[in-house]
Design a protein around this ligand. Structure first.
Ligand code: 2YJ
Length: 270
């Protein structure tokens, strides 16, 4: 699992408006639109609860400790979506108590293994991996004009890939899943019987022009597959294509470090 670094996120908060415009340009809707689509809804469905859902982000020190800027970046993404959020002054258990005392209805917190949003009122929990996969799948669905009946390749059978594959299957796509660990794909198939195992990445990339790259590996998609028809939604960190490919496919590539995942987590627990 990739641990975000301070340098991965330092400019995310300041660039949210720019990122939102890029999403509108590529996907046809913005961050809120993508997150809402991940739930089969529209951003308007959430407006009425903007004022009631106070959100606390709690820094967590265990394991490798706090990532500078992580909690404030999560706060900024939530605020960008029109909600009120604060980062607790204290960490860990004190932070949790502080968030509740200050009236938080929803909390966000992450350690080295998990990043979750919890709605303390309705009991909803959202895992960052699953939500990120669903959010990126929703973006690809919108960017491609709808995946129904189309071939979609999901690379990576971890929680992010599983979230993406579940969304794509529900949309009526033909979903192929590839992972270097084929057992992981078989396990995914027990939960999502509709998916197909893509043993050969080369064959799958030749067959599929809609790709979710959900691995923590660099350069999973070779430059030779980057043609004018390919659309890539890439939640994986680092990005699974090289710099040259990135330039070639930039108009048809969705990739960020936190934004779509956090937005989808928030809308999921509301
Ligand atoms: O509060 C903090 O600043 C830190 N404890 C944040 C840690 C963030 N955690 C990660 O980046 C982990 N790799 C878990 C991410 C889960 C992604 N699905």
């Amino acid at each position: 699992m990739t641990r975000l670094r301070e340098e991965d996120i330092y400019d995310v908060g300041a660039n949210l408006s720019y990122y939102d415009r890029q999403l509108i340009h590529k996907v046809g809707t913005n961050l809120a639109g993508i997150a809402a689509h991940a739930l089969g809804k529209t951003p308007g469905d959430f407006v009425a609860i903007h004022d009631t859902a106070l959100i606390g982000v709690i820094p967590v020190t265990c394991g490798q400790g706090i990532i500078g800027g992580f909690s404030t970046t999560v706060q900024k993404i939530i605020e960008f979506l029109g909600f009120t959020a604060f980062v607790t002054a204290t960490n860990d258990v004190s932070g949790l108590a502080e968030a509740v005392k200050k009236g938080a209805r929803i909390i966000f917190l992450a350690d080295d293994n998990d990043f979750v949003a919890i709605n303390l009122v309705n009991g909803q929990v959202s895992d960052n991996g699953e939500a990120t996969g669903r959010g990126y799948a929703a973006a690809l669905d919108l960017m491609s004009g709808g995946v129904q009946g189309k071939n979609v390749l999901v690379i990576g059978a971890g929680p992010v890939g599983a979230g993406a594959a579940a969304f794509m299957t529900a949309q009526g796509a033909r979903v192929l899943v590839h992972d270097i660990d084929t057992e992981k794909v078989e396990k995914m198939r027990q939960v999502l019987p509709g998916i197909e195992v893509a043993k050969e990445l080369h064959a799958a990339l030749t067959e599929c022009k809609l790709v979710v790259e959900a691995t923590p590996a660099a350069a999973t998609i070779d430059k030779k597959y980057i043609d004018q028809d390919i659309l890539i939604s890439a939640p994986g960190i680092p990005l699974g294509i090289d710099q040259e490919s990135c330039v070639l496919v930039s108009e048809r590539l969705i990739h960020d470090v936190l934004e779509i995942g956090v937005a989808t987590m928030l809308f999921t627990v509301l």
